[in-house]
Design a protein around this ligand. Sequence first.
Ligand code: HAM
Length: 429
Amino acid sequence: MSDAVRSVRGINDVLPAENPVWARLERVAAEVFATYGYDRIRTPIIEHTRLFERGVGEATDIVEKEMYTFTDRSGDSLTLRPEGTAGVVRSGIENGLFHNTTQRLWYSGPMFRHERPQKGRYRQFHQFGVEAFGPTGPDVDIEQIAMSSRLFTRLGVSGLMLTLNTLGTPEERRHYRAALMAYFSEHRESLDEDSLNRLERNPMRILDSKNPELAEIIANAPTLEDHLGDESRAHFDGVCQGLDQLGIGYRINPRLVRGLDYYTRTVFEWITTDLGAQDAVCSGGRFDGLVARLGGSSTPATGFALGTERLVQLMTAQELAGDDVSPHAYLVAADSIGTPRISAIAEWLRDQLPKLRLRVNTGGGSFKSQFKRADRSGARLALVIGEVEASMDSISIKPLTDQREQASVALTDAPALIDDWLFASAPAE
Ligand code: HAM
């Protein structure tokens, strides 16, 4: 191991043992997004650096200190995407997706932020995200929160709490910003270095500070609520009423400001107490100004992204089952039969039973050692071709995980029997 190349700090493998839970999350998320009429979009991992500078905001932690930025061989400044929204907006503008139509899109994939790694916080992590473009009313905000809630219910995840806030319009925020700046300037001598840095550039981010010594000053700071206009207030009331009607509980948190600059009006986070400091599993909100800011015509929008690793950790901690991705059957064969015939039979079985996950023993070995491998593979059936079976064009089917009797049948009858034993009573999710 000493001179072996290791993985990069904060950038992890997802090993086969973790795959069942990932697979279930990936499958159920795609199903839930489809039931709300969302289409998948795949955007690149690498974008021009200025997309994130303009999109996410120059005074955010992400752009100031967390991006993986490099100059490529053509001299262009490129960045590994730290989040998915800016790329989706860039693609929508570039491909004319927002003209006179509503778009509901979802995506999934790796994101990159040079943060300090700890449990639940990585330098490469994955997100599932959704973005809707076009609608202005609170109905889409409600739809997306309901969609995230449905996803958690389908997965069986419990203990998540929805926190909600409104950030108003940019105009309302300008007034609020001035009020905050005045307030925190009065308390300048009590601020820590981080907050002093934020004071001029982005005073709302001071509200995000985790420094306990600032808790009281922050608690007494002015809230945005006093600066909201009628429309913003009505929008937020609409979201709350919609959630009430759907029976989705929430807590309004006037300090929820989010770490990206593009939000307007509704912002929300699903948080948990089960994951330690990294408590946000899913977060998002409205970003009505971003399409215009990135050069498109003004298009209201709203979306969210959930952190795959955090949700997987939660599912694992709550002992929720993953998808069964182990082989259904393991083909055991006597060495004397020879590889060409064994693989021909295996291919024929796959033709007959397209959903069969069949692992073929390789490297020969005694029946005893082949059966050991079959057991270890997690397969429910061993399909056995010994010399007797080979001479009669038959196959023996041996259950490995239940008490059923082994059966020997003509090869041509095997698909029907395997189908019956494996798939006749497929377990519900
Ligand atoms: P975000 O809050 O930066 O929002 O990230 C969304 C989620 O990604 C977080 O709630 C968290 O679960 C996960 N996450 C963030 N950073 C890390 C990390 N370093 N390691 C592990 N998980 C992490 C956005 O990215 C917005 N684009 C969401 C959005 C979509 N807003 C509107 N549309």
